[in-house]
Design a protein around this ligand. Structure first.
Ligand SMILES: *Cc1c(COP(=O)(O)O)cnc(C)c1O
Ligand SMILES: [Zn+2]
Length: 449
């Protein structure tokens, strides 16, 4: 069977555009493009046969199909030659039952999808493997692409740098200086990308990289390029797969540029269109109150206006003018969407509270957990619903955030669960005393009031 995929304008302009050319916007109206698949061709295989095929490949060793993205290659990028796949074994991340945290907040069936347990420590790997593979195939076919580039709040540049390095393609990353975590700055440097740290915010970096792309100096790797979303949509498929092809009731996801929630919707849409699922989970997007343009639009019947994003610990979603706003709103309208926001204190305390039940959450996951707490309190999520929180990055990339929290040094944050080590002399009795004190009150070394 010959499967196929092309770009199409999201505003409905006529015409399809090849995936194998540098194109990011509709040539007629300038709106975003989306990838559309030949669903009729895909329907030649039954829903049960697709599920069986995906399950047989999942996390096995036949390259590249053991990657949870490339295990679904026919649905992602069917015209890509296996030889051109640039994969670092993405996806297949753990979906953990947050039993204790769920119990503490009145939920029986709470799960976290840990997308940060991935090659570069965030879900961005899911999309970047597709984009860089397509670039590799274009280069193999003789097209001149001098470099790939992105504007980034940190994780995009880490993923781009790693995949570009693996494929020996030069990469440029354009970052807002001083606004990404230390690990996120070190990752592209270590992987050999040229890092341009600009004296602006993410939205400023985005404007510049778009201009570089328009003048064809670089190939654009931001999520405006919807090839990224084709990889990222596999998270929806993988969650269904991990629950034996059943979808949960609610999905909660932190949103910044809003590509990921659009991708989540695209994955759900495709499973429904091809008969693998029928249920439509409710989607909740969580935003930091300091960077909440989608939350404001939700309050105003989806009337959107860009904002100037203020500084937030959730730096990867510090975005005031999200590029995928239209796709995101369409997704939320289809999936009974809710948008909730979290203050700095709420996001940091939610992350820390969940950490106390055995996790190690990044601030963006904190935003999602804070939104969950609010919706549960208001009864918009009930005790028995199955809820999946999409954890977008690994907490170990955000040690500056953790350190600041536990030292009570974060602005606008109460640090309710702050904890510090117990400093002691090299003395056995002192250690015994400390053990006794800690056993009497397990939070003895917390610095709380
Ligand atoms: C990129 C990113 C997000 C936001 O995803 P969007 O597609 O921009 O909405 C959230 N969390 C982390 C950790 C990210 O790196
Ligand atoms: Zn158009």
């Amino acid at each position: 069977m010959r499967y196929g995929a092309t770009f199409r304008c999201i505003a409905g302009c006529q015409g399809q555009h090849s995936l194998w050319q540098p194109i990011y916007r509709c040539p007629t109206c300038g709106d975003l493009l989306e990838v559309v698949h030949d669903l009729d061709a895909l329907r030649h295989r039954s829903p049960a046969a697709w599920m069986k095929l995906f399950d047989e490949r999942y996390k096995r060793t036949v390259w590249p199909y053991g990657s949870a993205v490339w295990g679904k290659k026919e649905w992602v990028c069917p015209d890509l030659a296996d030889d051109n796949v640039v994969s670092m074994d993405e996806g297949g991340t753990n979906l953990l039952w947050a039993e204790r945290f769920g119990r503490e907040i009145g939920l029986e069936d709470l799960w976290l999808k840990l997308c940060g347990n991935s090659h570069t420590g965030s879900f961005k790997d899911l999309g970047m493997t597709v984009l860089v593979s397509v670039v590799k195939q274009m280069i193999s076919a003789g097209r001149s692409i001098p470099a790939v580039a992105c504007a980034s709040t940190g994780d995009t540049s880490a993923a781009l740098s790693a995949y570009a390095a693996a494929a020996a393609i030069p990469a440029f990353v354009i970052l807002p200086r001083g606004k990404v975590s230390e690990a996120q700055l070190l990752q592209p440097l270590a992987n050999g990308a040229t890092v341009l740290a600009l004296d602006t915010d993410f939205d400023g970096c985005m404007a510049i990289v778009q201009r570089l792309a328009e003048e064809e100096r670089i190939y654009l790797a931001n999520s405006m390029n919807s090839l990224r979303l084709e990889g990222q949509k596999t998270v929806a498929i993988e969650i269904a797969q991990q629950f034996d092809w059943e979808l949960p009731d609610v999905l909660i996801i932190p949103g910044g540029n809003l590509g990921n929630v659009s991708a989540l919707g695209a994955g759900l849409d495709m499973m429904e269109a091809l008969g693998l699922t029928r249920k439509r989970p409710r989607i909740v997007v969580a935003q930091a109150a300091k960077a909440n343009p989608l939350y404001r639009a939700y309050q105003k019947d989806w009337h959107f206006e860009p904002v100037r994003a203020e500084s937030t610990q959730a730096s990867a979603i510090q975005i005031g003018n999200p590029v995928s706003i239209k796709k995101a709103i369409a997704t939320l309208q289809r999936y009974d969407g809710i948008v909730e926001q979290a203050s700095e204190s709420e996001l940091a305390d939610a992350a820390a509270h969940a950490d106390l039940t055995g996790m190690f959450n990044c601030p963006h996951t904190g935003v999602a957990l804070a939104a969950l707490l609010k919706l549960r309190k208001r009864g918009q999520i009930t005790a028995t619903q199955r809820v999946v929180v999409i954890s977008t990055a690994n907490g170990l990339k955000f040690t500056d955030f953790k350190r600041g929290y536990h030292k009570r040094a974060l602005p606008d944050v109460d640090s309710t669960h702050a904890r510090l080590p117990v400093d002691l002399p090299n003395d056995y009795t002192a250690v015994c005393d400390a053990v006794a004190r800690a056993s009497e009150s397990p939070s003895a070394n917390s610095t709380g009031p």
